[in-house]
Design a binder for this molecule. Structure first.
Ligand code: C5P
Length: 238
């Protein structure tokens, strides 16, 4: 069985509007100590060509498109994404077991072996918003419920907040991938994040991969900031 939780654990969110800005930042990073994440805005603007260029530059790419559709459509989208050679891709767990199993089959058809993970409850949603869409349980219950469904459907992990990581790690085991945004080094600005943890707190809480955007992308010296965070994590894991 492949090891799903391996270094580098830092995933730099390339939240840019165009390929030029994203590549400019990516070229300053060291792919031996980080991976990169491409989301909907950048992928819609820059397309598969950007993914190919990032991979050619030595980067492992998390393609964060959060697919959610009928099973056949999601299977084909996951197959196409996997063929690009990405390291990780994702779907919405609320699409259900049939959709997630189809996603897994799509990935397998590609002949590639990326990690396939799911989003449980978007962290922008609170209790009231959940009940508006017909979910009566608590946010925490729904996160655990959808993460269990994700594991049963044969996926590799979930995106979650670091606060949710301990309970998910305990219930779903050491191998399950927990990918956590909302990370801020102690000396960094919060930007629009509210509940944040430091990189080493995230690791201690059970996170497998740490998604970090602006503290690195907006830094005067992105490589220096990345290296500092990396060295801090190395020191903790020794
Ligand atoms: O710049 P920052 O570190 O806040 O970027 C975090 C990245 O993680 C962004 O790409 C954001 O969309 C993503 N994200 C998040 N919170 C979630 C899910 C994803 O911040 N719950």
């Amino acid at each position: 069985m492949k090891n799903k939780n391996i270094a580098p654990r830092i995933v730099v969110a390339l939240d840019y509007a165009d390929a030029k800005s994203a590549l400019n930042l990516a070229e300053q990073l060291n792919p031996e100590i980080c991976r990169v994440k491409v989301g909907k805005e950048l992928f819609t603007a820059a397309g598969p060509q950007l993914i190919e260029r990032l991979i050619a530059g030595g980067h492992s790419v998390f393609l964060d498109l959060k697919f959610h559709d009928i099973p056949t459509t999601v299977a084909k989208a996951c197959e196409a994404a996997s063929r690009l050679g990405v390291w990780m891709l994702n779907v919405h767990a609320s699409g259900g077991t049939a959709m997630m199993e189809a996603a897994r089959e799509g990935v397998e058809r590609s002949g590639q072996d990326p990690l396939l993970i799911a989003v449980t409850v978007l962290t922008s949603m609170n209790q009231q918003m959940l009940s508006e869409v017909g979910v009566t349980g608590t946010v925490a219950d729904q996160v655990l419920n959808l993460a269990s469904l994700t594991q049963k459907s044969g996926l590799d992990g979930v995106v979650c907040s670091a606060q949710e990581a301990p309970i998910l790690r305990k219930s779903l085991g050491e191998e399950f991938c927990l990918v956590t945004p909302g990370i801020r080094p102690a000396d960094a600005a919060l930007d629009d994040q509210s509940r944040v943890v430091t990189p080493s707190q995230a690791l201690a809480l059970g996170s497998s991969y740490l998604v970090i955007g602006r503290p690195i992308t907006q830094s005067k010296n992105p490589l220096e900031t990345l290296t500092k965070i990396h060295e801090g994590l190395e020191a903790k894991s020794q």
